[in-house]
Design a binder for this molecule. Structure first.
Ligand SMILES: Nc1ncnc2c1ncn2[C@@H]1O[C@H](COP(=O)(O)OP(=O)(O)OP(=O)(O)O)[C@@H](O)[C@H]1O
Ligand SMILES: [Mg+2]
Length: 388
């Protein structure tokens, strides 16, 4: 266990941390209209984003969307083709990587093969000319953090992939840079170590007052760690918001589908009644009633309705007459995940809906079974309308 763990949870502190909502706050890093082209290919496309001091910022997006390229430009390993990046008000153009208060842990760990684990971790500290005893103290703190104390004298080629990744992480953290860029820092770790390390990272970041920009392919990991998440697609940021907002109020269908599981139903807006939208679909006989006051829609407009599996209820049999937002179908598949059960229900239209239910008790009497006729319902405020 690292020393950081002795502190109480940082959850309560983080909840009040929202500098991006304060118009008078000055961001630490400003990426302004940055484009990066490699030949004809556009890796980053007119991207703007502000990242605040002490923020834990996650970049999420499909492979090839430009995450690493954006980080490399912030670190100074790549120059923007157009646009500007500033750090604490200073334009970074022409500032070499080693002169930026930024450290980057690469997707491919890039350890020094001829050096032991501890020498790898100590490398940057030696270069900076830190006193010997301080280097030793930091190295042992880092070894403890990544749980590699027993392997301190091994060389990288004597380590597993996950162990190498932990050395790279320790080496990146040891220098305690103002800004730390981590490109998939936990990808090679097993689930349990990964979850532990997520909380350790949050503690370290908080404790040392560092700003983290982290790329991950794992959206649960982003939800766990981030103050804000930026979802990227084709070199652009399509939404940047807190994990809760990204999950509950995704701006587009791409985001809804990329972050978490979601059921999408296509429909047409019929109009508004008492502040609620009425949307006709081919999936259900009666139109749906949806409470999404932020949407501005027109009658006849095509929309997608997004509903998370855990926000739908499933029960046996046909719906009572007059049930709001009811879909009927047949249980097609049941996935037991231990903590959750996921039902896949086939509607008459042929669409498959996913409904998840928490397994709060160990035994369920007469559980819903395969091939049963079921009714799915959802509350008007459980759904989000996405204009197409
Ligand atoms: N040095 C380069 N020369 C040419 N094209 C490049 C170069 N580096 C990146 N690209 C291209 O730019 C695009 C963005 O790449 P990038 O590495 O930033 O993606 P990524 O979001 O990090 O993907 P992944 O999740 O797979 O790591 C890709 O299409 C990639 O092929
Ligand atoms: Mg990458």
């Amino acid at each position: 266990m690292s020393s950081f763990r002795q502190n109480p949870s940082v959850g309560a502190v983080r909840r009040t941390f929202a500098p991006w909502a304060d118009p008078s706050a000055t961001p630490l890093i400003r990426v302004e209209q940055v484009t990066k082209r490699f030949g004809d290919a556009v890796a980053v496309d007119h991207l703007s984003v502000d990242i605040h001091d002490r923020e834990f910022f996650c970049l999420l997006g499909p492979s090839g969307c430009g995450k690493t390229t954006l980080m490399r430009m912030i670190a100074g390993f790549e120059q923007p083709t157009a646009g500007r990046i500033t750090l604490a008000g200073r334009d970074l153009a022409g500032v070499p990587p080693y002169r930026r208060p930024v450290n980057m842990m690469f997707q491919s760990y890039a350890l020094f093969p001829h050096m032991s684990v501890e020498k790898n971790i100590a490398f940057g500290l030696r270069q900076d000319g830190l006193p010997k005893d301080e280097i030793a103290a930091r190295v042992s703190e880092m070894l403890r953090l990544v749980q590699l104390e027993s392997l301190a004298r091994r060389r990288p080629d004597q380590l597993s992939g996950g162990q190498k990744q932990r050395v790279a992480l320790a080496r990146a953290l040891a220098k305690r840079p103002k800004v730390l860029l981590l490109d998939e820092p936990l990808g090679a770790l097993d689930k349990k170590l990964r979850e532990e390390t997520q909380f350790e990272l949050m503690d370290i970041q908080h404790e040392l007052g560092m700003t983290f920009i982290v790329v991950t392919h794992d959206q649960e990991e982003a939800m766990t760690m981030a103050d804000r998440i930026a979802v990227m697609d084709h070199g652009r940021i399509v939404q940047v918001a807190t994990p809760g907002e990204i999950y509950e109020q995704p701006k587009t269908r791409f985001i809804a589908e990329f972050v978490g599981d979601v059921n999408i139903i296509e429909g047409k807006v019929m109009g508004q009644e008492g502040g609620l939208w009425r949307v006709a679909t081919a999936s259900a006989e009666a139109p749906f009633t949806i409470d999404d006051p932020d949407e501005v829609l027109e009658k006849g407009q095509g929309v997608a309705i997004a509903i998370r599996p855990e926000k739908m209820t499933i029960r046996r049999g046909a719906p009572e007459p007059g049930t709001m937002n009811a879909l009927t179908g047949e249980v097609w598949d049941i996935g037991y995940l231990g903590d959750w059960t996921v039902y896949r229900v086939k509607l008459a239209s042929g669409e498959i809906m996913r409904i998840s239910r928490a397994n709060a008790s160990r035994f369920v009497e007469n559980p819903i079974d395969w091939d049963e006729q079921v009714t799915i319902t959802f509350a008007p405020d459980a759904a989000v309308i996405l204009a197409e």
